[in-house]
Design a protein around this ligand. Structure first.
Ligand SMILES: CC(=O)N[C@H]1[C@@H](OP(=O)(O)OP(=O)(O)OC[C@H]2O[C@@H](n3ccc(=O)[nH]c3=O)[C@H](O)[C@@H]2O)O[C@H](CO)[C@@H](O)[C@@H]1O
Ligand SMILES: C=C(OP(=O)(O)O)C(=O)O
Length: 426
């Protein structure tokens, strides 16, 4: 089993460069299925989700290369091969194969997705959208079967502003006949990134990034080149690490506008942040103040950042409260933080964290991607050695994390260990 080992206490200093956005990459890669020639995407992060999607496109008959952050996808020989099991279960974003395959082949069989378990993560709004476009959708033995004679544009009101449903409906609707209007669409920057790629492929999309998106379907989409936006969640993670244990860290390759909610909350805690055009320079104040935060859809505070932020709260003076309005059960990291001497408890969809606490190095488990990032931060702060298990969750979403952290002064390494069944059961 591979683990991260961290010797805590080293101060972070220097520049860390943010990679391309995971949540864009995992939608842009399936979007290439819709093209009639090669699609080249630059800035793809070195994460396991990207490699898994590459393997899935190859299972469909695509030719895919992935070198130095550039993925070239030739979708011309792809077929509507059923994917009820296997790789689709390794990540959440395999659900985008549904929209893209429906758009191109008018049929698909895709197993229900995996990804982080954060409480219930239904896909009813995706299915409602596909049905409104004219698809027959059934769930058979854990796989979603989609089939349409033809796709016809429709007006679709999303009951929740879902990132996945907005993108998935867009992927199918670009090849529907006539106009589709998505109302109460999600507004995350990754949606604009996907709309930009599709537009460069020849799609007709207006309003991406607002709550009403209009799509006029086209008969054909061609190959193109695209460079992905920076990962605002990775950027926020480094900003929080810099605030917790930095002596001046520049987080480079960011779009500061995408980070406004995070920047504002960190400033409220007393963190000093200087915004550049494409970078953030972070130096903490001597005393961190406790704050309350509520996660919301974009442009609100991102749910994907609340777990790392809760570790910073263990270092703030007084009681902080994190309420997650998107995922009510996204608090598994709190139990692990308690092992490290944090004073924290979960009440409903909130965590209450009392600081400041002296964190102690311990053996902990990454229960999901951002819980893992939170534990890396806790390990960097803690006295002594921390061992993080189940790091495959972290590696779904953070590109070259060890290398990036070592370059700014952290003492963290990846190690293979053998672990007995008895120890594993503890
Ligand atoms: C691959 C990807 O981009 N993942 C991101 C995406 O996940 P994902 O696209 O799965 O998240 P959604 O925006 O769809 O989910 C938001 C909320 O809507 C609910 N919901 C969603 C769809 C649906 O059909 N029915 C329904 O009830 C969910 O349970 C959740 O409470 O957005 C989340 C919210 O910003 C982020 O945490 C994830 O990192
Ligand atoms: C929840 C996340 O990812 P996914 O939707 O891929 O599980 C995340 O990126 O924090």
């Amino acid at each position: 089993m591979d683990v991260y080992k961290i010797n805590g206490g080293n101060r972070l200093r220097g520049t860390v460069k943010v990679s391309g956005a995971k949540n864009s990459a995992v939608a842009l890669i399936p979007a290439s299925i819709l093209a009639n020639s090669s699609v080249t995407i630059g800035g793809i992060p070195e994460i396991s989700d990207a490699w898994t999607l590459k393997a899935l496109l190859e299972e469909l008959g695509g030719e895919v290369t992935f070198n130095d952050g550039q993925m070239v996808i030739d979708p011309t020989q792809m077929q509507a091969i059923p994917l009820p099991n296997g790789n689709v279960k390794k990540l959440r974003a395999s659900y985008y194969l549904m929209g893209a395959m429906l758009g191109r082949f008018k049929k698909a069989v895709i197993g229900l997705p995996g990804g982080c378990f954060l409480g219930p993560r239904p896909i009813d709004q995706h299915i409602k959208g596909f049905e409104a476009l004219g698809a027959k959708v059934t769930n058979e033995h854990g796989a979603i079967y989609l089939r349409a004679e033809e796709l016809i544009g429709a007006k679709i009101y999303l009951d929740v502003a879902s990132v996945g449903a907005t993108i998935n409906i867009m992927l199918a609707a670009v090849r529907a006949k006539g106009r589709t209007i998505i109302e109460n669409a999600a507004k995350e920057p990754e949606i604009i990134d996907v709309a930009t790629l599709l537009t460069n492929m020849g799609a007709n999309i207006k309003g991406a990034g607002t709550s009403v998106i209009r799509i006029d379907g086209v008969d054909e989409l061609q190959g193109t080149k695209h460079t992905i936006i920076p990962d605002r969640i990775e950027a926020a993670t480094f900003m929080i690490m810099a605030a917790a244990i930095g002596d001046g860290v520049t987080v480079d390759n960011v779009i500061p506008f995408h980070l406004e909610a995070v920047t504002a909350k960190l400033r409220e805690m007393g963190v000093k942040i200087e915004e550049g055009e494409e970078s953030m320079y972070i130096h903490r104040s001597d005393i961190l103040q406790s704050v309350d935060v509520k996660t919301l859809v974009y442009p609100g505070f991102p749910t994907d950042v609340q777990q790392p932020l809760s570790v910073l709260m263990t270092q703030a003076v007084g009681a902080s409260k994190v309420t997650d309005t998107i995922y009510s059960a996204r608090f598994k990291h709190i139990d692990e933080l308690r092992r490290m001497n944090a004073t924290a408890r979960v009440e409903g969809n909130s965590a209450i964290i009392q600081g400041p606490s002296k964190l102690h190095g311990s053996t902990v488990t990454a229960t999901d991607l951002r819980a893992g990032a939170a534990l890396v931060l806790a390990g960097l702060i803690a006295e002594g050695q921390t061992e993080i298990q189940d790091i495959h969750h972290i590696e779904r979403g953070y590109s070259s994390l060890i290398e990036k952290l070592c370059a700014i002064g952290a003492d963290i390494r990846r190690e293979s260990i053998t672990i007995s069944a008895i120890e594993r059961a503890k």
